[in-house]
Design a protein around this ligand. Structure first.
Ligand code: GDP
Ligand code: MG
Length: 763
């Protein structure tokens, strides 16, 4: 099959075009660097089917980041039949910089001038014909978003792919054109493909290139000694960049006639930015927006209006929907949806149980289906509305262009922790799922910054951990009569963020030291999020979550049910004898380990349930609550009246059975949030980090979660232990600061050095 590659700057609309051409639903974001892996799809409307590859966004073909290497190597090695170079027409000059480099490769090429709708809206006039004459490859005006010009683009690309194209350069007439010519001849002599392209990169003394062709690089170095340019001295890299831009401004810019505007009339984006990226208000505004989003998703007392309602008010009292819309306070949309779904699943569960009983099905089969399977799956599914709502809000912020601004305003603070603002995107993505978030760290240029970021991404509580937070917070509310349990949920999110910051700070000043690279990112223009795009995201997310619930989670709950209802001798045990089951045996074995965290030996005979739940979470974090759902049926007897199909009730019944206290429950959330993530995230981390780094990362996760969770438990149970922790942390922080100032050297603590030391001592 023919293969066309989409190449262009980050945020130029590649993925939008890719989706438009292939009908796929890849993630589009108003954020540079959303596509970090290449994606393939098929375009069917030409004479023959064409495979389309969406490459990661790049500014140039001289790679600094891993994603730039992917794109460059694809074009050079896989030899696509045509490269579609997509250009953001509102940023013509910067985008053409990449085009002048692709032009040097021997590959058919067309330019897609995207965002033509924006150009028209601004009143500017673009002359594609003129541009085509100057650049020498077909130029087609399109709007990927509106689906305009896509068929014409593909027709021209298909035509272009029929004739091979020789690379040409815009660097003629520069002071080093002869050097490029000499290198090219030398490379051609060695039968190197794309000699022109490689020759230019060699003259730039591009790192990869120098490694590949050391002898030609030597020639360039020699030439350097005899050469002097008036402006740039011997900085060939700068001479070439300058020549490219000169060519673009002289030849291509005239193709765009700007509408005459009064010199400093600010654009709409500038006006919005005046407020949202304000020096002082920028960060408070961001925090306020975050709070509002969480409030709309989790609050059972919207806008704190509960105080104005009559004592004991319940919405729609006496009807089937009693309490769904509020109970003592008005429910947020997230909670209303949660209640509605819960109502539906519990009636469904009851109906199924009733039908099975009436049909004379045996007791254990009813237990397996209702408690085991439905209990587990429904406990998790009931959180889907809130996960989707939160996800929707984040998608809106991202697609509108606001998130890119947040990275920009946070950069100043991030820098103090040893990160660049760019690290903000993977972290925010972590609230959805750690897997794409870890992959996204490839946009970070500094390797050590990247490792530190990958390690803390799981601390940004993902969608699958949300049921743990909400169900346990709800269980605490139900059992101990605490109001505002949604504050516990926010609080836990904040704990994750704070731990992440501390961990980065410590890593960046000890084992992961390094310069913070400068943060360069151009801010995309604001635009209204696309409804269709948002719905596609949501649909994808919902599909994924439901699929997971009915596959991994369902399978796990069935296993859990069986090993909790059979003894080692494989005899069926009724609910009351669950403590003699295989599961209880295994759980009890590990239980003592968790005593410092509050959910170990001290919580009595049912305490193993918490240990077991945490372990099943290693498969998928939803399992933690699913396990409670599955086991609640057996353990509830006498604690909660109705069937515990819902996560919160299941947790409440566990609390009743074990008499576990609030500090231990909080420690349980903290432990699950910070410890080793689900296996999908673990596999991703392993692939991104390499084996050695990955092993250290596992240790890091276990130690961090254990230490922080036990801190929560101990301080909650015996408040005065806070002095001990403050003292210890003060010491650690002092050491880190002293280390940073160079007064002491903490390198001796680095495991590598410790091992080396022990070895020398042995000798
Ligand atoms: P990529 O990073 O190059 O893959 O870019 P995306 O496809 O993720 O798009 C970046 C942003 O530009 C998104 O917010 C798109 O909605 C927007 N966008 C893409 N194409 C067009 C277009 O033709 N017109 C307008 N106005 N916006 C577009
Ligand atoms: Mg993309």
């Amino acid at each position: 099959m023919m293969k066309f590659a989409l190449a262009g700057n980050p945020n130029s609309g590649k993925t939008t075009l890719f989706n438009g051409l292939t009908g796929s639903t890849a993630h589009v974001g108003n954020w540079p660097g959303v596509t970090v892996d290449k994606k393939e799809g098929v375009y069917k409307k030409c004479a023959e089917p064409i495979s389309i590859v969406d490459l990661p966004g790049i500014y140039s073909l001289s790679p600094y980041t891993p994603e730039e290497v992917i794109s460059r190597n694809f074009i050079l090695d896989e030899k696509p039949d045509c490269v579609i170079n997509i250009i953001d027409a509102t940023n013509l000059e910067r985008n053409l910089y990449l085009s002048t480099q692709i032009l040097e490769i021997d590959v058919p090429m067309v330019i897609a001038l995207n965002m033509i709708d924006e150009v028209e809206k601004s009143g500017d006039v673009l002359d594609a014909k003129k541009l085509e004459e100057k650049i020498g490859v077909p130029v087609v005006e399109i709007s990927a978003l509106k689906g305009r010009g896509l068929d014409e683009l593909m027709t021209r690309a298909y035509e272009a792919s029929r004739t091979p194209r020789k690379g040409r350069t815009v660097l003629d007439g520069t002071s080093i054109v002869h050097l490029i010519g000499d290198c090219k001849i030398a490379l051609e002599g060695q039968k190197v493909d794309n000699a022109l392209f490689h020759a230019v990169k060699l003259v730039e003394l591009d790192e990869l290139e120098v490694k590949m062709h050391p002898d030609s690089a030597f020639m360039v170095e020699e030439f350097k000694k005899t050469f002097e340019d008036d402006t740039f001295g011997t900085d060939f890299d700068a001479i070439i960049a300058d020549a490219r831009y000169k060519y673009i401004t002289k030849n291509c810019s005239p193709a765009l006639v700007k509408k005459v505007r009064s010199a400093d009339a600010p654009s709409r984006s500038d006006k919005i930015d005046k407020v949202l990226t304000h020096k002082f208000w920028g960060i408070p505004i961001f925090l306020l927006i975050l709070f509002a989003l969480f409030h709309l998703t989790f609050s059972e007392n919207l806008l704190f209006l509960g105080a104005a309602l009559p004592e004991g008010w319940v919405a729609l009292e006496g009807t089937a929907l009693e309490g769904v819309f509020g109970d003592g306070g008005i429910n947020s949309p997230g909670v209303v949806l949660f209640n509605l779904l819960d109502l539906a699943t519990s009636s469904l569960g009851e109906a199924i149980a009733g039908a099975m009983e009436a049909g004379g099905v045996s007791e254990w089969a009813i237990g397996l289906v209702c408690d085991g399977m439905l209990g587990g799956v429904f406990a998790v599914l009931s959180f889907l509305p809130q996960i989707l709502l939160l996800f929707l809000f984040f998608s809106i912020l991202e697609d509108s262009g606001y998130m890119a601004r947040v990275a920009f305003i946070l950069d100043r603070i991030f820098r103090k922790f040893g990160l660049s603002g760019r690290a903000f995107m993977p972290m925010i993505m972590g609230f959805g799922c750690s897997v794409p978030a870890m992959v996204n760290t490839r946009t970070l240029a500094d390797e050590k910054e990247r490792i530190a970021t990958i390690r803390v991404i799981p601390f940004f509580s993902c969608g699958a951990k949300l049921p743990i937070l909400t169900a346990i917070a709800g269980g605490i509310g139900l059992t101990f009569g605490l109001p505002h349990t949604d504050l516990i949920t926010y609080g836990m999110y904040v704990v994750g963020i704070v731990v992440a910051i501390c961990a980065v700070l410590i890593m960046r000043s000890t084992t992961m030291k390094g310069e913070v690279p400068p943060f360069i990112m151009e801010l995309p223009t604001y635009h209204l999020p696309q409804f269709k795009n948002l719905m596609l995201h949501l649909w994808d997310k919902a599909k994924h979550f439901v699929q997971k619930a009915f596959t991994i989670i369902l399978a796990s709950t069935i296993v859990i049910w069986f090993i909790s209802h059979f003894s080692w001798g494989w005899n069926y045990l009724p609910d009351e004898q669950i403590n003699e089951s295989i599961l209880a045996g295994v759980g009890r074995l590990l239980q003592p380990l968790f005593t410092p965290l509050g959910f170990g030996s001290q919580i009595g005979s049912f305490g193993w349930v918490f240990v077991v739940a945490a372990i099943t979470g290693l498969i998928a974090k939803e399992n933690v609550i699913a396990t409670f759902g599955t086991l609640a049926g057996c353990i509830t007897a006498g604690f909660v009246a109705d069937e515990a199909l819902e996560g919160i009730d299941a947790v409440a019944s566990m609390i009743g059975a074990t008499e576990i206290g609030v500090p231990a429950l909080i420690a349980f959330i903290v432990f699950n949030m910070l410890t080793i993530p689900c296996f999908a995230a673990v596999a991703t981390a392993k692939a991104e980090l390499g084996k050695k780094r990955f092993n250290m990362t596992l240790v890091f996760w276990v130690v961090t979660s254990y230490v922080v969770a036990s801190m929560f438990y101990l301080i909650g149970e015996w408040w005065w232990t806070v002095f001990i922790f403050v003292a210890v942390w003060a010491m650690v922080i002092t050491l880190v600061i002293l280390n940073k100032q160079g007064k002491i050297n903490l390198d001796v603590l680095n495991p590598k050095n410790v091992i080396a030391k022990i070895k020398t001592l042995k000798k």
